[in-house]
Design a binder for this molecule. Sequence first.
Ligand SMILES: Nc1ncnc2c1ncn2[C@@H]1O[C@H](COP(=O)(O)OP(=O)(O)OP(=O)(O)O)[C@@H](O)[C@H]1O
Length: 274
Amino acid sequence: MSELLDDAPALEVSGLRKTFGDVVAVEDVSFAVRRGGSLGIVGESGSGKTTVAKMITGQERPTAGTIQACGRDRSMPARGGAERRRRGREVQIVFQDPYSSLDPRQPVDRAIDEVLRLHRPDWSAAQRAVRVTELVGMVGLDERQGSALPRALSGGQRQRVAIARALAAEPDVLILDESVAALDVSIQAQVLNLLIDLRERLAITYVLISHDLAVVRQLTETVVVMHRGAVVERGRTEDVLDAPQHAYTRRLRASVPTPGWDLAEVRRALHPAT
Ligand SMILES: Nc1ncnc2c1ncn2[C@@H]1O[C@H](COP(=O)(O)OP(=O)(O)OP(=O)(O)O)[C@@H](O)[C@H]1O
């Protein structure tokens, strides 16, 4: 893990804004996550969640606002490889799609080793091999799966590989962008349990981006609700989900599929005017 400046939140964004031409994707978004804490960002498709994540990881440059991870500014592009690597040790991201986020030609152990080579240039091949084995075990994969190609693995197993790769950088903050959304419900539960377990063991900070309120409830302490690029509600996850104050959050909650749910009803709940 990177050296955290005393008492600084693990992650703090302030007044974040992002426009794409005329489209305002993110408008004045601010939040902080304590070290070892977990924050959910919820909102329907197009509300700006992924754009916030991309600004935090440096894939998009904010139009305005500031981002600090571990007390260090990352609003501007990194200057040079050393700073990029340091930022990679501060924040890692796991995407929704475990199929496209892994190189199909690279066996699991090589994919993890690649991250170690980057972040632990002083380690010998033998030291890295020990760590690869540890990481493979930590995410619940066996030795055979640890040397397989991604195509030989299930969706849940691939997502475990993506998590192991992210952890190889020993990040302070892990962003999970719809990381369990593509998985079957029972596999989703297993990966969620893994994530809960890892947070307890590693004291890592999570930012969970999800449209799934049940997932957010299980994994986060605090939540911000985004609607059309802006934060419309925030607070302790339990409070916000149990007693939402904002009409949009109430609609979002009402739209959670329950047995026998009806898509047309969900659409009406989210878009009462249409
Ligand atoms: N590279 C881009 N160029 C133009 N518009 C973009 C770009 N990226 C995002 N947008 C727009 O910004 C808005 C927010 O998109 P974003 O992907 O952040 O939402 P989201 O809440 O993550 O949605 P989803 O859950 O569907 O991924 C949308 O209107 C989207 O079309």
